[in-house]
Ligand binder design. Structure first.
Ligand code: IPE
Ligand code: IPE
Ligand code: MG
Length: 236
């Protein structure tokens, strides 16, 4: 049996369909999604999660209609502005997971501000995956290792990932009914417990999150060994 996951990652999916079902513009789904981010961040911190990683914008999402892309970055700026005091109060440190280069300047500035102001927070790390793609992240890590002529092993690769110094993903949740990883944390989630729910992200509640934690606590994480070996290990 596993206890509490140290690192939870979430593929927040279903905003567009949530809006469509209400005959609203897709951006309204993303706006409602931002509320869910507030909710789940608060609950994760209350439960004592060390790292929460939220997939907010993928390297593939640039292919969406221009209006939607612009709207998403605008919502991010609003979100960061309104959340800063709460993050500081709750001792939550913000980190960016992804290549900041192509991110619009205003969003970059706001991100840097919040990252700086929340650095050294002790209660939880909130990783926002923005312009994130696992393949790009791994290529970047390998390139760095090659450039400095370093050996390629698990430790050296991990040191060059955006999540360096954070525990591997224990629990990976995807809302919105799809059963795929969409190029998210391919290395860090190599041994994660996967949890898929049909609930669309804007409807995802703190009780839903608790249910995922409780499901995780029932999983037997064997890491290649047998059940009997695990039982022997905990026996006196
Ligand atoms: C997830 O919701 C948010 C982002 C990818 C930015 P979607 O926008 O993918 O919602 P659906 O999948 O179209 O319903
Ligand atoms: C994955 O969702 C990316 C984010 C949640 C930010 P998508 O909705 O973009 O994924 P696909 O296209 O269905 O795989
Ligand atoms: Mg989607």
């Amino acid at each position: 049996m596993s206890d509490l996951p140290r690192h939870v990652a979430i593929i927040m999916d279903g905003n567009g369909r949530w809006a469509q079902a209400r005959k609203l513009e897709r951006i309204e789904g993303h706006r409602a999604g931002a509320e869910a981010v507030r909710r789940i961040t608060t609950r994760a911190r209350e439960r004592g999660i060390e790292s929460l990683t939220l997939f907010a914008f993928s390297t593939e999402n640039w292919q969406r209609p221009k209006d939607e892309v612009r709207g998403l970055w605008g919502l991010l700026v609003d979100f960061l502005k309104s959340e800063l005091p709460t993050l500081i109060k709750n001792q939550i440190g913000l980190k960016l997971i992804g290549d900041p280069g192509p991110i619009p300047t205003l969003a970059q500035k706001q991100l840097n501000k919040v990252i700086k102001r929340t650095a050294g927070s002790t209660h939880m790390t909130l990783n926002l995956a923005l312009n994130y793609g696992a393949k790009a992240e791994l290529i970047h890590a390998f390139e760095q290792l090659k450039k400095y002529d370093q050996p390629i092993d698990e430790t050296s690769v991990e040191e060059h990932l955006y999540t360096a110094d954070q525990p591997p993903v224990d629990l990976l949740i995807r809302t919105g009914g799809e059963h795929r990883l969409s190029n998210f944390l391919l290395w860090q989630a190599a041994y994660a417990e996967l949890y898929f729910v049909d609930t669309l992200w804007p409807d995802y509640s703190d009780d839903d999150f608790d249910r995922a934690l409780s499901d995780f606590s029932q999983r037997e994480r064997r890491f290649g060994r047998t059940s009997a070996q695990l039982i022997d290990e905990v026996a006196p």
